[in-house]
Design a protein around this ligand. Structure first.
Ligand code: GLN
Length: 479
């Protein structure tokens, strides 16, 4: 009974717990049973950095059973602060760190009745696209464990895709929810910047960072986003003063909607199979009544270079706080400066170090104008590209989420090759737009995602497109 419940929709679990036909405690036991089945051992998926069944059982026993997520087991990325378990950010720098306060998104899940079952594996401080940069070992793709699950929120995607929990939180700076969702065959959403409070999300690049959600279905993701969205201006100065949008009762057809296909997202280099899965999704959008229009976002090619200046610049500033004094590890050295050096060299991994060096360089007096200011100007052009397309009457855009399905471990050891896996996702972070990925089929047996991008705060339209696409594709989304 509980096992089949756990495999179903989050709304169904909550309804059963509200009605008293299931309990949060039994669901925790089931979730941990499933976790042990897929997660442990050398060939295990390694979705979690920390979890504790006794703790989760105690949380379940006191969880409110009237809320919209009553008894729903949830996993949270290890860079979102919880007062239970670690908030290590996948880094040796914060190994074993337990936060004294709780992130707003985590608090809202808890107050809605959800039960935390673990903190998930991630690329160190969110920097990466595969979870290979986690100091505590990579998570593995449940569809093919020789491949990466995507990143940086890979562990959260794995927990949902492997059936350990129906909903998980991740974070996005340039695609870290949508890309692993695509690689693992589930739904991943990045809301509009400001829609969900960033309070308690450990900062990577503050102007690009978002809390996002994973669900097995569009409806599970909608339910989770409805719960965590909303104003939090007391804690996050960039929080939007907008009530949480109603996402679950939008129309299921696309009559009178115009969906744009930006040609820069369908390059000639896209494989014939990827193109075919996209074509099938586009036909499904048409079948539901949408008008399809070809559009152009001419500055798209500049997005990766601009992102890899702006994100490292902000990361260099944000990560300056990890100095061995206030948080996490301290490694002794010669005097105060020696201690800083030893702590920062020993605490951060190679990718984080690379970004701090790059960020410090582009912000330095002689290079600020040449690199950082230029990148900010490019960011504005990317914003204007989207604004012009939406002003022309287009309601939403459809694109592939990634150029390829999940790659093998070690295959993208060249950092630049890794960076290119975000080519279709970083634009929405730069332009602060809501965007989501949902399954549109398989290529060589591996899941691939389609991306829907909407204007700022038009999450309801974005979900309308996603619900319609999911319904029209049906089982084809997983073939
Ligand atoms: N993969 C991108 C990066 O490495 C995006 C990461 C993210 O969204 N957190 O920066």
């Amino acid at each position: 009974m509980t096992a089949s419940l756990l495999a179903g929709a989050a709304a169904g679990i909550a309804a059963a717990v509200q009605a008293g036909t299931a309990t949060a405690v039994a669901l925790v036991a089931e979730s941990f049973r499933r976790g042990r089945e897929v997660n442990a051992g050398r060939d295990g998926l390694n979705a979690f950095v920390s979890s504790d069944e006794d703790l989760s059982r105690a949380l379940a026993a006191s969880a409110p059973c009237g809320g919209p997520l009553a008894g729903v087991p949830v996993a949270i990325k290890d860079n979102i602060a919880t007062t239970y378990l670690t908030t290590s950010c996948g880094s040796k720098m914060l190994q074993g760190y337990v936060s004294p306060f709780e992130a707003t998104a985590a608090r809202k899940l808890r107050e809605a009745g959800a039960v935390l079952i673990g903190k998930t594996t991630m690329d160190e401080f969110g920097m990466g696209s595969s979870t290979e940069h986690c100091a505590f070992g990579s998570a593995k793709n449940p569809i093919d464990p020789t491949r990466v699950p995507g990143g940086s929120s890979g562990g959260s995607a794995v927990a949902v895709a492997a059936g350990i929990c129906p909903i998980a939180l991740g974070s996005e700076t340039g695609g870290s929810v949508r890309q692993p969702a695509a690689f693992c065959g589930i739904v991943g959403v990045k809301p509009t910047y400001g829609r969900v409070s960033r309070f308690g999300l450990v900062a990577f690049a503050s102007s690009l960072d978002h809390v996002g959600v994973f669900g097995r279905t569009v409806d599970d993701a909608a339910l989770a986003l409805e719960v965590i969205a909303g104003p939090d201006t007391a804690h996050d100065a960039t929080s939007a003063v907008r009530e949480s949008p109603a996402l679950r009762h939008v129309a299921r057809d696309l009559e009178a909607m115009i969906i744009g296909l930006p040609r820069e997202y369908f390059p000639a280099s896209l494989s014939a199979e990827m193109r075919d899965r996209c074509d099938r999704a586009i036909a499904a959008l048409r079948a539901r009544g949408a008008e399809i229009r070809h559009v152009s976002l001419p500055n798209t090619a500049l997005a990766i270079p601009a992102y890899y200046i702006i994100a490292p610049a902000e990361c260099a500033a944000n990560l300056a706080r990890f100095d061995g004094v206030r948080y996490g590890v301290r490694i002794d050295g010669d005097g105060l400066v020696g201690m800083y050096e030893a702590t920062r060299s020993g605490g951060f991994g190679a990718e984080v170090t690379r970004r701090i060096l790059l960020g410090t360089y582009v912000l330095s007096a002689g290079y600020y104008d040449a690199y950082y200011r230029k990148a900010m100007q490019v960011r504005e052009r990317i914003r204007q590209d989207f604004a012009a397309v939406f002003a022309s009457g287009v309601h939403a855009l459809f694109t592939p989420t990634t150029p390829t399905p999940a790659f093998r471990f070690g295959e993208r050891s060249d950092p630049y090759a890794m960076y290119l896996s975000d080519i279709f996702t970083v634009t929405a972070n730069l332009a602060e737009l809501p965007a989501m990925s949902l399954p549109i089929g398989r290529v060589t047996g591996l899941p691939v995602g389609g991306q829907v991008i909407a204007p700022k705060f038009a999450e309801a339209d974005m979900f309308r497109v996603a619900y319609a696409l999911e319904a029209e594709l049906g089982q084809a989304a997983h073939r």
